[in-house]
Design a protein around this ligand. Structure first.
Ligand code: SF4
Ligand code: SF4
Ligand code: SF4
Length: 167
């Protein structure tokens, strides 16, 4: 007998959990999951080893393993038509820093800034407080280099509600 209560709970869980970050330059989620064969070639091709087999068997990027260098090898390795032109923006991810950032506890830390090549993270002195990080979303490429280095795992990159900007 089907347990409707459990099924509805599982559905609600799927709806509320964050959408995975797929590969750079990837097409819309529904098109991707319809066309990806789950062959794993992109996982083998990634020189940074940041692509994992996620829920449902589809590949996803895990920035806690490292950063994306935008080397394009995952796209080149894939035999399916699942990507936008490499001339376009690889992806548009929402970046956020949680309150668990240790600067909120008056501890000096600027590790994320040191890891950010595009210099999208700056530290601002505030009266009575140690410097706190601020991110220029316009300068953030979504490389994820700041994620793994944070001692509090306070930085998150997630799929933008605005979708991917392929201008
Ligand atoms: S672009 Fe390169 S570093 Fe980034 S996910 Fe693809 S293979 Fe990995
Ligand atoms: S190489 Fe392409 S088809 Fe194969 S798992 Fe990766 S995205 Fe899917
Ligand atoms: S994800 Fe953005 S803020 Fe973090 S290191 Fe990369 S460019 Fe900088």
């Amino acid at each position: 007998m089907v347990d409707l209560g459990r099924r509805n709970f599982m559905r609600a869980k799927q709806v509320t959990s964050a959408a995975p970050v797929r590969l750079p330059w990837v097409v819309e989620e529904a098109v991707f999951t319809a066309g990806c064969s789950q062959c794993g070639d992109c996982i083998s091709a990634c020189e940074e080893n940041i692509i994992i087999k996620g829920d449902g068997g589809f590949p996803e990027v895990n920035f806690s393993l490292g950063e994306c260098t935008f080397c394009q090898q995952c796209v080149v390795a894939c035999e399916e038509p699942l990507f936008h032109s490499l001339e376009t923006t690889p992806w548009q991810l929402e970046i956020s820093i949680a309150a668990s950032c240790i600067t909120t506890k008056q501890v000096h830390c600027q590790i994320c800034q040191d890891s950010c090549e595009p210099e999208a993270i700056t530290f601002t002195y505030r009266h009575g407080s140690v410097p706190q990080p601020e991110i220029s979303k316009a300068d953030c490429t979504g490389c994820g280099a700041c994620v793994a280095v944070c001692p509090e795992s306070a930085i998150k990159l997630s799929t933008s509600s605005l979708g991917v900007n392929h201008e």
